[in-house]
Design a protein around this ligand. Structure first.
Ligand code: SGN
Ligand code: CA
Length: 528
């Protein structure tokens, strides 16, 4: 509360000052390159943004970007996992080209990235929050990042190379860093590019103190395929370890100090970073709910539905803080005359399963994790309420931002600028997307695969310890419940899809030898 009060007073004062200078600063902005505010959360499923229409939660601030700009209905990632996604966004290249194919193989910061290019073009650049790429970030005049995954409560940040602990809740702290930098640190004579990258709502979904009881009065129905038995799919869907009802843990994920069988879960150890007040609020919120659950002695489907509810509520609670932060930063832009000339992007490093197929986590080329939310506002060019249905991929982010900034897009970048798609000047676009995933064997046990997706079909090859093909008709089977690879009715489609896959592998320079190489270095790195 105090935080909000101080901020409101500060905003009021800056508002009054800004009002006085409005005429002068507006003139200057006319000639300036656009500012860029790139907001990316970690594991934020499009199903959990109200503008996408799934009715799970309300994200009024993120939704503003859809109302005042464009929402992308078919935005995808190149490799559905954290660090590789970030490397792809920075470089505009597929994982096998930028080298960061999984969370384990190293990322080489010395390679070109769009922040470095913007810096050269006169931008002031800053990076806040989760980056998950080891080593000092390059391309940023200012950075304050979480080491690795970071902590939700009282997190450490590495600020321009120096590690410090910050009391409070990570999402609020990251938002405050952005506001403070905008207000106090940035050079107001230069255009800025901020990467505002929230850790939330990454596992293990620890909500802010003020939201620990949000949604207590609600019961969520799980998705229709929550009790999926994986019949009609291949081995990979059957052997994953990411089922809410079986693989999520009593302490770590479901916030029980003692599990329903009376065993200590180890949660207390995890909450060691909490201060007394935080721990008291946490215990007061979860203990009565946990006691009630234990008293009900749930079993079977009822228990699985309880687990889904605990999972989804904590996940959505984390998103509430993310949305609040987006609101605060959008307000700042409004109050300081920056909204017109700032491109605001909201996205995630990939999608996430909210119980579809019974799952949490990501990794698969199936829709919920392959797709990612994408919303962009840029009043100068994008009509309010625009919808984009083209197959966009996160290899396109770097070239698009460079295009907006008036910087030449290097040949080596594999993505395309979609600036003229979103402003309606062009309709020409790719008809297929390429995808790769490498991190196996690993947590959640999603097998190595690659594939191609067109508007209607998807072909996937799972390899390494299996050799299986899957194909889906997304028009008839949007939830991907039935593999039609061997269905004779689809023989021609299958041939076409194989051809497209070969063409894309050729175009993007990918092949089985590279897969072998990355497998070897992965297994080597894991031994260390
Ligand atoms: C941690 C999580 C996993 C998650 C990976 C990768 N477990 O290991 O559930 O898949 O990160 O996530 S946790 O219990 O430690 O949270 S990623 O976003 O960094 O790729
Ligand atoms: Ca992630």
């Amino acid at each position: 509360m105090k935080r909000y009060f101080i901020k409101s007073v500060a905003i009021l004062i800056t508002g009054i000052i800004a009002f006085g200078c409005a005429n002068r600063s507006q003139k200057k902005e006319e000639v300036q390159k656009p500012n860029i505010l790139y907001i990316m959360s970690d594991d934020h499923a499009y199903q959990a943004i109200s503008a996408y229409g799934y009715g799970l939660n309300k994200t009024p601030n993120i939704d503003r970007l859809a109302q005042e700009g464009a929402i992308f209905k078919k935005a995808f990632v190149a490799n559905s996992i954290c660090a590789p996604s970030r490397a792809t966004v920075l470089t505009g290249k597929f994982s096998h080209v930028n080298g960061k194919v999984d969370n384990v193989n190293p990322f080489n910061w010395d390679q070109p990235n769009f922040a470095k290019m913007l810096q050269k073009a006169g931008y002031q650049t800053a990076l806040f929050g989760k980056i998950h790429l080891a080593g000092a970030p390059q391309g940023f005049d200012y950075w304050s990042v979480l080491p690795g995954q970071g902590n939700y409560y009282n997190p450490d940040f590495i600020v321009n190379g120096e590690k410090k602990r910050f009391p409070g809740y990570v999402t609020d702290i990251t938002t405050d860093f952005v506001l403070e930098w905008l207000d106090k640190t940035r050079d107001k004579t230069k255009p800025f590019c901020i990467l505002f990258q929230q850790k939330a709502p990454h596992r293990n979904w620890q909500p802010a103190p003020e939201y620990l009881n949000l949604y207590d009065d609600k019961t969520f129905d799980p998705p229709a395929n929550y009790f999926d038995d994986y019949e009609g799919r291949g081995t990979a869907a059957k052997t994953q370890e990411m089922r809410v009802a079986e693989h999520a843990m009593w302490g770590h994920d479901f916030k029980m100090f003692i599990d329903p069988d009376g065993n200590e879960t180890g949660l207390s150890r995890q909450l060691k970073r909490f201060d007394e007040k935080q721990l008291a609020d946490w215990t007061a919120a979860y203990k009565p709910k946990n006691d009630a659950m234990k008293a009900a002695k749930l079993e079977g489907k009822e228990l699985a539905i309880w687990k889904f509810n605990r999972y989804i509520k904590d996940y959505l609670r984390c998103i509430k803080s993310v949305d609040d932060g987006v609101g605060e930063v959008l307000d700042y832009l409004d109050e300081n005359g920056l909204a017109e000339n700032t491109i605001v992007v909201y996205t995630s490093d990939q999608g996430f399963y909210l119980g579809e197929h019974g799952w949490f986590d990501k990794r698969f080329m199936y829709e919920e994790s392959f797709r990612t939310p994408l919303l962009i506002r840029y009043p100068k060019e994008i009509k309010p309420g625009s919808e984009v249905d083209k197959l966009i991929q996160n290899i396109d982010f770097a070239p698009t931002l460079l295009d907006y900034a008036g910087v030449d897009i290097p040949e080596a970048i594999q993505g395309e600028s979609f600036r003229n798609i979103v402003n309606g000047k062009s309709d020409e676009w790719r008809d297929a997307l390429y995808y790769t995933y490498y991190e196996y064997p690993s947590v959640h046990m999603v097998k190595r695969h690659y594939g191609v997706r067109t508007d209607r079909y998807k072909l996937i090859h799972f390899y390494y310890d299996i050799d299986e093909w899957e194909m889906y008709d997304l028009e008839k089977d949007p939830s991907e419940m039935k593999n039609i690879y061997d269905d004779p009715a689809y023989a021609d489609v299958r041939k076409d899809m194989h051809k497209k896959l070969e063409e894309l592998r050729e175009k993007y320079g990918d092949n089985d030898e590279l897969n072998e190489k990355f497998l070897k270095s992965y297994l080597e790195a894991r031994k260390k």
